[in-house]
Ligand binder design. Structure first.
Ligand code: AHR
Length: 518
């Protein structure tokens, strides 16, 4: 069965019969309308999230000035280089659940005098506070990104928030600005985004939507957005399909914030007690993972519809500032550190979600995958001085041309893959005109078994050549390990050809393909 009925129905049906038996090639069709530009795909859709959690900050970013690992002012240089290559636009910090227990004053001043705290949310780990405001902003500047700072609402006050903002952004002679100078930073920083709490329906204070909306209004009264602090205010939004939260927030406090966050994690089983393994999984778990991750599209549509009813001009952005796969931790690791391997499956999940975000670029103007290094669906895994770029990293690198590109309609008709009663579309895709003027098309082939022959009608667009990259592997759980040769990396793509006003793409099973038309 096809997602959309087309003249190719019979052919697709034959393909689908093949899909449930042996590996085959399935036909799919699309129409590209390059003359109908849509919304700009904000580069902020490619944001990262780095929490004080497991090896995310300590080991992952911060090794300290005395470390044998190459670093600049304590920040590891290999990680900086890798994130620069991704053109990482922004990083969200310090949490997560950690943010609503974090007191910024713990992380300023001489490092030797900073308090040692217990990280109650994440494994009870000792928190040295060696990585604080100055170190985070140094990291941000080293990678050429912008800052997204989450303030403590759940266990703090508007005063603490206001003082942190003034400490970071005041250009004046006031005591907080002078304290910043004494701590080594003369010029104020620019903070692009401020999160007003995190998951305040859960770890951020277990608030009802009504209660949080009131708290938000109170905090925002002391936020003082303006010339010194032009940062946008991001309100805690819903988890998954909690549309009531969105409605209450938009109704009771919609005027008081610039964006509403959305958190949705992909668990293969959908069960927090037994989420599924990061490697060594079955084909059924692959299919279940995609059935779960594709709910993102439905959730965005449902929250956007509510936001449209309160904010038809789309002033308020929907920021998916936590998303990605969440598996059972690697055996033998601290369950509170959320360390998981990252495979070809994760790369295809990343691509499928990025395609969804592109399709909703008018409302979804920022996202942050959880989390950058050594935690959940990471870009980078480290082991001492060794570092591995994960398949998810490679998918993000392949998608760089979409940053600030203009989305283009791509009407797709895809076959489905069905296993044991669960069906997923074989492919999803997105298209855009890049800032370089070229057309870029990205496809996630989620079918674990069949390649797909995609025929794209270019609607009169003239193209001379097609080039690109493909990320795939024989094994569904192909992955890279720090200190070992890479088992999976993108390769030049040779499966595209142009003719008769069409672009034909041969898309291997379980792959990410990004092509450019010249
Ligand atoms: O990313 C891990 C945790 O997931 C975050 O701290 C929290 O916001 C979410 O529940």
């Amino acid at each position: 069965m096809c997602k959309t009925l087309t003249a190719a129905l019979a052919a697709l049906a034959i393909g689908l019969i093949a899909s449930s038996a042996a590996a085959g090639t399935l036909p799919a069709k699309a129409i590209l309308q390059a003359d109908k530009p849509g919304a700009v795909i904000s580069r902020n859709l490619y944001g990262q999230f780095s929490e004080h959690l497991g090896g995310g900050v300590y080991d992952g970013i911060w090794v300290g000035e005395g470390s044998a690992i190459a670093n600049v002012r304590g920040i590891r240089s290999d990680v900086v280089a890798a994130l620069k290559a991704l053109k990482t636009p922004l990083v969200r910090w310090p949490g997560g659940c950690f943010a609503d227990e974090y007191h910024w004053r713990d992380g300023i001043g001489p490092r030797g005098e900073r308090p040692l705290r217990k990280n109650n949310w994440w494994g009870g780990a000792p928190e040295s506070n060696a990585f604080g405001t100055h170190e985070f902003m140094d990291f941000i500047e080293q990678i050429g990104a912008e800052a997204y700072v989450s303030v403590n609402v759940g266990s703090s006050t508007p005063t603490e928030m206001r003082e942190w903002i003034e400490y970071m952004t005041s250009p004046g002679q006031d005591t907080l600005a002078q304290e910043r100078r004494k701590n080594g930073r003369d010029q104020p920083w620019k903070v692009a985004l401020w999160g007003i709490g995190n998951e305040n329906w859960g770890c951020g204070g277990n608030m009802t939507a009504e209660y949080y909306a009131n708290e938000l209004r109170r905090f925002i009264s002391f936020f003082h957005q303006g010339e010194d602090n032009p940062g946008l205010r991001v309100a805690t939004g819903p988890s998954g399909d909690d549309t009531r939260w969105t409605d209450v927030l938009m109704k009771n406090a919609g005027h008081a914030f610039d964006a509403l966050s959305l958190h949705y994690y992909t668990l293969p089983t959908g069960n927090w007690k037994s989420k599924g393994a990061a490697t060594g999984f079955s084909r059924k778990e692959w299919v279940d993972t995609f059935a779960q991750t594709l709910k993102m599209d439905d959730y965005i549509k449902r929250h956007s519809a509510i936001m449209d009813s309160h904010d038809p001009d789309k002033r308020v952005g929907l920021y998916v500032d936590e998303w990605g796969t969440w598996y059972d931790v690697e055996p033998g690791t601290n369950p509170g550190y959320l360390y998981q391997q990252n495979t070809l499956r994760d790369a295809v999940v990343a691509a499928a979600n990025l395609n969804i975000f592109h399709q909703h670029a008018d409302r979804v103007r920022m996202s942050a995958i959880a989390q950058t290094i050594n935690v959940l669906q990471a870009m980078i895994l480290t082991d001492g001085a060794e570092l591995a770029l994960t398949p998810t990293y490679h998918a993000f690198r392949m998608y760089v041309p979409f940053q600030d590109a203009t989305s283009l309609p791509l009407q797709l008709t895809t076959p489905e893959f069905t296993l044991d009663g669960t069906s997923i579309p074989a492919i999803n895709a997105s298209a855009a005109r890049g800032k370089d003027g070229k057309i870029h098309i990205a496809i996630a082939n989620m079918d674990p078994q069949d390649s797909v022959d995609l025929s794209i009608d270019l609607s009169g667009l003239k193209a001379k050549s097609v080039t690109g990259e493909v990320l795939t592997a024989d094994k569904m759980d192909a992955h890279n390990v720090p200190g070992q040769p890479a088992a999976i990396a993108p390769k030049p793509y040779t499966g595209g050809r142009l003719g008769n006003g069409k672009l034909m793409l041969d898309l291997p099973a379980k792959s990410v393909v990004v092509v450019t038309l010249d």
